[in-house]
Design a protein around this ligand. Structure first.
Ligand SMILES: Nc1nc(=O)c2c([nH]1)NC[C@@H]1CN(c3ccc(C(=O)N[C@@H](CCC(=O)O)C(=O)O)cc3)C=[N+]21
Length: 303
């Protein structure tokens, strides 16, 4: 069986451009109110992929009027020195968002570093206070990739209430916060992972599939109920036909046979992740200055 009509290609680049334009307008309003949002990006070491991501983050920030500061530290930076930088940024009133690019070198305790970031400046949403807040369904700074996936799903499906979503993968960065966001949107949520029995059968029951396991082209048409909406979070660099290629966790060409709508890789979730980082930076600036954008006290309207 195949999907009734041609599947919709979910254009992450176009969706990200809409989010960035939205953010850009709000940044202008905030600047008029005397607040210039700023994002600090901290990169430890010289991982080439991380360097590309960080450069893209800085470019997108410029595009929507957010000031960005790059802190590049050598790979052998001591954990204590990284923590000291984070404390300095926490105390710097001109910095509203702090992003520590992952992965960190092996000698640094990742969770200790993420816990050191002030929860109010935690634009990745990785601090335990924000993780806990999300799991309670509160409106807190939320991880960028799952937040971007949710927006793509809402734009594609409208109301998600009652839909069965299967999340493949249980990472702290994508799988777990994705499940929390889908629950908050009133989906029925199943989280499956590499050790699940009947992975394929469970997935075939889904109205919505979010693939975030890091296994190139794991999900094909056989995993999908006809009419399923597929969000591919995977970014896997593979060698094929003698050249290097970027592929997702979904076998795109095969999935087209059953999917009602699907994100490509690249050009799907990736650009939305960066757009939501900008949205979170704006939200963080507002959290730190709750009165910004409100009418200023005046002679006629004293504080
Ligand atoms: N603290 C932290 N926060 C992160 O959000 C974070 C991180 N560390 N470490 C690495 C991952 C990965 N990540 C991506 C963001 C955008 C694209 C993206 O825009 N990709 C383009 C293509 C990029 C290419 O061509 O290589 C696309 O999918 O169209 C990819 C990957 C954020 N991450």
């Amino acid at each position: 069986m195949s999907a009734a009509s041609t599947p919709l290609l979910i254009d992450g680049k176009a969706a990200a451009a809409r989010v960035l334009a939205e953010v850009g307008r709000e940044v202008i309003a905030l600047k008029d109110a005397g607040l210039a949002p700023a994002l600090a990006v901290v990169l430890v070491g010289q991982d080439p992929a991380s360097q590309v991501y960080v450069r893209n983050k800085v470019l997108r920030a410029e595009e929507c009027g957010i000031r960005s500061l790059e802190h590049k530290l050598p790979a052998d930076t001591a954990e204590a020195d990284l923590l000291a930088l984070i404390h300095t940024l926490n105390g710097d009133d001109s910095v509203h968002g702090i992003l520590v690019q992952l992965p960190l070198p092996g000698h640094i305790d990742e969770s200790r570093v993420l816990q050191a970031v002030s929860p109010l400046k935690d634009v990745d949403g990785f601090h335990a206070e924000n993780v806990g807040g999300l799991s309670q369904g509160r409106d807190v700074l939320t991880p960028c990739t799952p937040a971007g996936c949710l927006r793509l799903l809402q734009d594609t499906c409208g109301n998600l209430t009652g839909k069965h979503a299967v999340v493949i993968g249980r990472s702290n960065i994508v799988g777990k916060p994705m499940a929390a966001l889908l629950l908050k949107a009133h989906c029925t949520v199943t989280v499956v992972h590499s050790r699940s029995a009947n992975l394929k059968e469970l997935c075939r029951q889904a109205d919505i599939v979010v693939a975030a396991v890091g296994r190139p082209r794991l999900v094909d048409a056989e995993w999908l109920k006809p009419g399923a909406v597929v969000i591919d979070v995977g970014i896997n660099r593979i060698e094929e036909d003698g050249r290097s290629k970027l592929v997702g966790d979904v076998d795109f060409d095969s999935a087209l046979a059953h999917a009602a709508a699907i994100t490509p890789v690249p050009g799907g979730v990736g650009p939305m992740t960066i757009a939501f980082l900008m949205k979170n930076t704006l939200a963080a600036a507002r959290l730190q200055h709750p009165a910004a954008g409100l009418p200023q006290p005046s002679m006629e309207n004293p504080a």
